[in-house]
Design a protein around this ligand. Structure first.
Ligand SMILES: CC(C)(COP(=O)(O)OP(=O)(O)OC[C@H]1O[C@@H](n2cnc3c(N)ncnc32)[C@H](O)[C@@H]1OP(=O)(O)O)[C@@H](O)C(=O)NCCC(=O)NCCS
Length: 194
């Protein structure tokens, strides 16, 4: 059963809630798959995933629950990946909040990333009152680009991060430019993730 106090948003098919230490196996299926990590830092170990979860949970305390969140398929109650927000202090000279998503491969192609990200985007604009969101995407990551486009984000510029061999694309959307909106439900971020 999904504890309501950790739920951020809910859609027809998905629940987005705070991550928990017990999500480690589900997150191993995401971070341990080379295809999922093709446009990232490569496959990560179980120990790395455990540390990542610890960092996410610690950051929730400092940032009122904001960060990457678990995405759960309602019909199976399985954790299928994450979707959430990441703060960057300097993207082309300005601070930005990124919307990010990564799902286990067996759940791709069902519209889940778009559904989760759209709900998170509406939460960011309507509840957190953020003025703008970006997505930083490898130009060869066509699936992710398609998700960003479906959210109403538009290509804005390239950004070259230190240590990268080619620039990433910055997709952006400003508050008020959301083409499709859905109501946010269940926005209680009181943390009981232990
Ligand atoms: C990117 C990702 C989250 C998309 O998840 P998803 O649930 O399959 O996404 P959706 O089903 O909502 O949408 C995918 C879109 O890409 C399209 N697509 C899929 N394969 C494609 C391809 N080879 N070329 C072009 N478009 C493609 C789909 O048709 C769909 O668009 P449509 O609804 O217009 O048909 C998932 O592939 C993933 O986790 N990838 C690895 C991690 C990652 O790259 N994250 C993003 C980092 S920026």
């Amino acid at each position: 059963m999904i504890q309501s106090t950790t739920v951020i948003v809910e859609t027809d098919r998905l629940v987005v809630r705070l991550l928990r230490h017990s999500d480690v196996d589900a997150m191993n299926r995401v971070f341990g798959d080379p295809e999922v990590m093709r446009f990232g830092n490569g496959v990560q170990t179980s120990e790395w995933v455990r540390n990542w979860l610890c960092c996410c949970l610690a950051n929730y305390q400092e940032k009122s629950g904001v960060g990457p969140w678990a995405v759960i398929e309602k019909s199976s109650a399985e954790v299928i990946g994450y979707c959430g927000m990441f703060y960057f202090s300097n993207v082309c000279g300005q601070p930005e909040t990124e919307i990010g998503y990564r799902l286990a491969r067996s759940y791709w192609g069902r519209g889940y990333a778009t559904e989760a990200a759209r709900a998170v985007l509406n939460y960011a604009f309507n509840i957190l009152r953020l003025p703008r969101l970006i997505s930083i995407i490898d130009p060869f990551n066509v699936r992710s680009i398609r998700v960003a486009e479906k959210l109403g984000m538009r290509y804005e510029k390239d950004v070259m991060f230190e240590g990268y061999t080619h620039p990433d694309n910055v997709y952006a959307i400003e508050y008020g430019k959301v083409e499709e909106t859905e109501d946010c439900e269940g926005i209680n971020t009181e943390d009981d993730t232990t």
